[in-house]
Design a protein. Structure first.
Length: 157
């Protein structure tokens, strides 16, 4: 029997650190960018506790909503990367609303803690949501946050 494989999508606003987060998790990865901005997707995979995890990084610009929709098909869980120095944006609100409706397990990465260590608060965030302080450029908090999400996915299924 084929082992269950897990699909995770990295969502969040423009420039919040999604690609950097994925690069930190996956040794092998592919990116489709224009001048450092994701315009299609990032992809990488990793094996954790014997299970293959496929990770798709989404573009953050508002106009790429259609691409976030395509990448989010059949996802098991999501990492929503927030730029802590900016807080929750309109794009983040839309993303979180959709995840809440679909009842998809998600964690928030409160990224760029080295720039502004902010507390992320918003009524759209489900109360039990883990909010993990991260610095994607150094890897701080990333592994721990991913494991937290994987355990949430396991507990749901
Ligand atoms: N200081 C700091 N810079 C960061 C951090 N994470 C990412 N960056 C920087 O922020 C910029 C954007 O990072 P990306 O990972 O490309 O952001 P993104 O969310 O993939 O951007 P789009 O795909 O265009 O939406 C890059 O210059 C990163 O080096 C962080 O934790 N701290
Ligand atoms: Mg990107």
């Amino acid at each position: 029997m084929r082992k269950k494989e897990t699909k995770i999508v990295v969502l969040g606003s423009y420039n919040s650190g999604k690609t950097t987060t994925l690069e930190n998790i996956c040794q092998k990865k592919a990116k489709i960018e224009y001048n450092g901005t994701t315009i299609a997707l990032d992809y990488g995979n990793t094996i954790i506790e014997g299970e293959k995890i496929h990770i798709f990084g989404s573009p953050g610009q508002e106009r790429f909503e259609f691409m976030r929709e395509i990448l989010s098909q059949g996802l098991d869980g999501a990492i929503v990367v927030i730029d802590s120095s900016k807080g929750i944006s309109n794009v983040d609100e839309t993303i979180l609303t959709k995840l809440n409706i679909k009842d998809v397990p998600y964690v928030l990465f409160a990224n760029k803690q080295d720039i502004k260590p902010n507390i992320i608060e918003h009524h759209i965030i489900k109360p039990e949501t883990p909010i993990i302080p991260t610095i994607a450029t150094s890897g701080k908090g990333i592994g721990e946050g991913l494991l937290t999400l994987l355990h949430m996915i396991k507990n749901k299924s």
